[in-house]
Structures are given as C-alpha cells and as structure tokens.
Write a protein that binds this ligand. Structure first.
Ligand code: ZN
Length: 257
C-alpha cells in the first residue's frame, strides 16, 4: 500500500496563475489552490486509512480462523489474534516507511539534478520550459514570455511543477505515512481480536468481520465515488473467502499434525 497524497495535475491556466506575477487573478488562484490540494490530500489519507483497516480485519481474522481450524485450544486462538495484529501492524509500518522513503529520496535526487541543470545551462532550461508550455497549447511567443517570467521568478519551482510534477514544499514524509498505516491496521485488527475475546465460537468472529468489512467497503466506495452495493459485496465476499481458505488449511494441518 502506497499512500502519497499528490494533488491532481493542474490545468495550464492555473499553473500560469500561480506564477505570481502580481496581477489580481493571481490572488484568486493562490487563495483557491491550497484548498484543492488539501482536500485531495485528505481524501488520499482517508482512503489509505480505510484500506489499512481492511487489511487488519482480513489478515487477522484469517489467521484466527486458520488457527481455529487446527485447534480448539482457546489460548492459541487468542495468542494468534494478538500476535497477528502486532506483526501485521509493524510490517505495514515498515513497508510504508521504506516505500515512502524511497519515493522521497528519488524526489530529492530529481530536485538536485534540476537545480544543477538550472545553474549550468539556464538558456537550455528556459527553452525546455517554453517547449513544455507549447506542448500544452501555448503559442511560440506566449510560451517564451511565460518561460522567461517563470525563470525570473522561481526557476526551480517552475521546473519541478511543470516538468516533474513535484511540489518542493510537500515532499512526502515517511514517518506519518508509517504511523498512519500502523494505526489503521491496528484499528481493523481489533475487530477479530475483540470478537475472539468475547466468544470462542468462530461464527461470532465471522459475523463481526463481515459487518466490519461491509463498513470499510461502504466507506471506500463512498470516498472513491463508486457504487456502494457492489463494493460492499466484493469486500465482504473477499474477506469470507480468505477466512474460508485459511480455515480449510487449518483443518488440514490440524488433522495431519
Ligand atoms: Zn528542467
């Protein structure tokens, strides 16, 4: 799971307005832009949180059902739930940390490379910027004016935004991403753990998990603007299938050993 809040590509008009040349249209655009970026960033975080919780529910519940298939010893099932919950949460956090760190390092390397190019070959870089604006529909003279003004104002930012789609102020930070993955996984995993603590019967866990998966399926469809009923059906169905498979494996292994 890789959650990197990235604002959607802005149209040329908005990018031109953010050049901050001091006109009034400027003020309007800079007032609007951060809102749009924040809203999409928050949506990405929410979506990542729901996905993390879903992971926690399905993997811990499958573990619980697998162990239940193999043994009737209640303590084994509870230990499996607790250990599975922690192991999954730590693994999610580590995975997210590594993935986001790598992304950040490559963004930093790209920024450094761009900085160097701007220092060494500014004329070439101005032409590059103008060419990118022509590609987006500006005519020759306008593209030159835009490129020159952007180069004069904040050359690095202009190149990062247009050429690499990187906002140097919003470099991805691996720590919050890792923490969020861990917490969301723990919240999800708490569902089967609590079910196991409350009742030794497997069907109680299955029902609790199915209800929780209906909620996360509904939420993710809502956040993504998709139809809710099929999303809920897929999510619950997938979870039940996972639990069924691990229960079957547990029965088999429990029989053999
Ligand atoms: Zn460049």
């Amino acid at each position: 799971m890789n959650s990197s809040p990235k604002p959607v590509t802005t149209p040329v008009a908005a990018e031109l307005a953010t050049s901050r040349t001091g006109t009034t249209s400027d003020v309007v655009a800079t007032a609007d832009e951060p809102h749009a970026a924040n809203a999409s960033g928050r949506l990405n975080w929410l979506r990542a949180g729901v996905l993390g919780a879903n992971d926690g529910i399905v993997s811990t519940a499958s573990l619980v059902l697998g162990v239940s298939g193999a043994t009737t010893a209640r303590s084994s099932v509870v230990v499996a739930a607790a250990v599975g919950m922690l192991a999954g949460a730590l693994s999610m956090a580590a995975g997210e940390y590594v993935s986001v760190s790598t992304q950040r390092d490559s963004e930093r390397a790209l920024i450094e490379k761009e900085r160097q190019e701007l220092a060494e070959t500014p004329e070439q870089e101005t032409e590059e910027l103008a060419a990118m604006y022509r590609q987006r529909g500006l005519d020759e003279p306008t593209s030159r004016v835009v490129a020159q003004q952007l180069m004069a104002h904040d050359a690095l930012r202009a190149h990062l935004e247009v050429e690499l789609k990187i906002d140097p102020d919003e470099l991805t930070n691996p720590w919050p991403a890792a923490f969020a993955s861990m917490v969301s996984f723990l919240v999800g995993a708490a569902v089967p753990l609590i079910a196991v603590l409350l009742s030794p019967r497997s069907w109680v866990t299955v029902i609790a998990v199915a209800l929780a998966l209906a909620v996360t399926g509904w939420l993710s469809a809502r956040l993504g603007g998709a139809r809710r009923a099929p999303a809920v059906a897929r999510n619950v169905g997938g979870g039940l299938l996972a639990m069924g498979i691990t229960y079957g494996l547990g029965l088999l292994v429990g029989h053999v050993i």
